[in-house]
Design a protein. Structure first.
Length: 333
């Protein structure tokens, strides 16, 4: 009997714990106020319900900024060659909300419906088009207002001020002589192959991207090399295949390559042999621009501090003493 009483008491305790739980919806977010480690999303809490004590340590409610979206690849359906827009909660931290929910996916978007740089895709107009409320199948893109920009179907990297490489980039260095070897490093307006004083090294910057648009896309970048002519220099690869090699003490150059739809890997490798060293002995990249990653952006991006843009801009202009923005000249006093 004492054992039976103990079991009953334990059961009552368990039932009470369940009864006092106040379930609230828990989603994921990248809000700045959720950067403390104890609110990071754990495997057993992601997308689930938490009790009131757990909710008490979550300082942020979900906002529209916590919602992300992506386009699926194109596929042939009964209504044509289409793709879908799907929404998701941004990982990896947590937030809570009873008033914001994910928008419904938008299916059957024609794959030839693209928004150019400087514009964003208006999802309301797309829904009206697909439901037959409008017949204007091209008027689904809105211009970005001044002091914002949109890369359109692609992405631009032209500011290298952070201490951590941008997402999708990686860098490594190999030395055949077991000497110190530097990977690529960011220096404000450029990223370079590092300071490598030893011979027989190769320093590589890698970028991996998925091009969704049916006709593929392109990659454009500006670079400079300062090296021993012919022997040391910069090699550019796409999917492991070398496309060009450049060397010598050069001025800034620009190159563009087309790519097919799908995943691609881009490598910039500065290699140095066991012979002489000349000039700065490194390669620099100032900007990288890709097109065809997606079918359009959904939100204009604010210009970084110290830069401006006009209406319908694909990038922002860094302010100087006198900066021309379209027909307007801005002067800083």
């Amino acid at each position: 009997k004492p054992k039976e009483v103990w079991r009953v008491r334990l059961l009552l305790v368990i039932v009470c714990v369940v009864c006092v739980c106040t379930a609230q919806r828990l989603n994921t977010t990248t809000s700045a106020c959720n950067q403390r480690e104890y609110v990071r999303c754990l495997d057993f809490t992601c997308g689930s319900s938490l009790n009131s004590e757990a909710i008490a340590v979550l300082p942020c409610e979900c906002t529209d900024n916590d919602i992300g979206a992506y386009f699926t690849p194109c596929s042939t359906t009964t209504s044509g060659f289409n793709h879908e827009l799907i929404y998701y909660w941004k990982p990896p931290a947590t937030c809570f909300s009873d008033r914001i929910s994910l928008p419904k996916p938008i299916p059957n978007i024609p794959c030839d419906l693209l928004c150019e740089p400087g514009t964003v895709m208006n999802t309301t107009k797309i829904s009206n088009l697909l439901s037959g409320k409008t017949n204007d199948d091209r008027n689904v893109c809105d211009k970005c207002p001044p002091n914002t920009y949109s890369p359109g179907t692609g992405r631009i990297w032209n500011s290298w001020h952070d201490t951590i490489l941008p997402a999708q980039f990686s860098s490594y260095c190999h030395s055949s002589s077991d000497q110190y070897c530097s990977s690529w490093r960011m220096f404000g307006d450029s990223i370079n192959s590092g300071i490598n004083v030893h011979d027989s090294i190769s320093s590589t910057l890698s970028l991996q991207l998925n091009f969704l648009t049916p006709l593929g896309g392109s990659i454009h970048f500006s670079y400079r090399v300062s090296s021993e002519p012919e022997n040391d220099g910069l090699t550019f690869y796409i999917d492991g295949r070398p496309l060009f090699f450049d060397s010598g003490d050069l001025d800034e150059k620009n190159v563009t390559f087309n790519v097919s739809q799908g995943f691609h890997r881009f490598d910039w490798t500065y290699s140095k042999n066991a012979n002489l060293s000349y000039y700065e002995d490194r390669a620099e990249i100032y900007s990288i621009q890709v097109e065809g990653l997606t079918f359009g952006t959904l939100q204009c991006i604010d210009c970084p501090p110290g830069s401006v843009s006009g209406e319908g801009a694909s990038t922002c202009i860094e302010l100087t003493n006198t900066t021309n923005i379209g027909d307007v000249t801005c002067t800083i006093y």
